[in-house]
Design a protein around this ligand. Structure first.
Ligand SMILES: [Zn+2]
Length: 131
């Protein structure tokens, strides 16, 4: 594992964070009800590798279903820079909110698809090209 520290932010900049992540170890696209609607592209990091620098007061906290994930979004610009496990164990960082990644680098990142719509978190859905 090769960790790199990335700066990240929402669109308006009210929310800023840093994370230490290994993007080459794999990013995720999911077809669950909220990932599909937000087109969320994520990388999981343990909580100790995520630092919220500004904007905690600007973030709304949306939960649904089993309430296990705090889907956090900026109440100014509407962007969802990350979601957090409600138990504090980990953070799903929005890869699209990381700063300084050229299109070529983003396009080269490995993407694993998961079938969250059917609670199959270790399997890809039958169709992935729309995610
Ligand atoms: Zn914002």
């Amino acid at each position: 594992m090769s960790l790199t520290t990335y700066a990240g932010r929402c669109h308006c900049g009210a929310v800023q964070f840093e994370t230490d992540a290994d993007l080459d170890a794999g990013t995720l696209r999911c077809n669950c009800s909220i990932c599909a609607k937000t087109r969320f592209w994520l990388v999981f990091v343990p909580a100790e590798r995520f630092r919220l620098l500004t904007g905690d007061e600007t973030l709304a906290d949306y939960r649904f279903g089993a309430q296990r994930i705090r889907h956090r979004f900026c109440t100014v610009c509407g962007v969802k820079p990350f979601g957090m496990a409600a138990d504090g164990s980990g953070v799903a960082v929005n890869v699209a909110c990381l700063e300084g990644l050229a299109p070529e680098r983003l396009a080269s990142l490995p993407v694993n698809h998961v079938d969250g719509a059917h609670d199959r978190w270790n399997a890809a859905p039958a169709v992935t090209s729309h995610l």
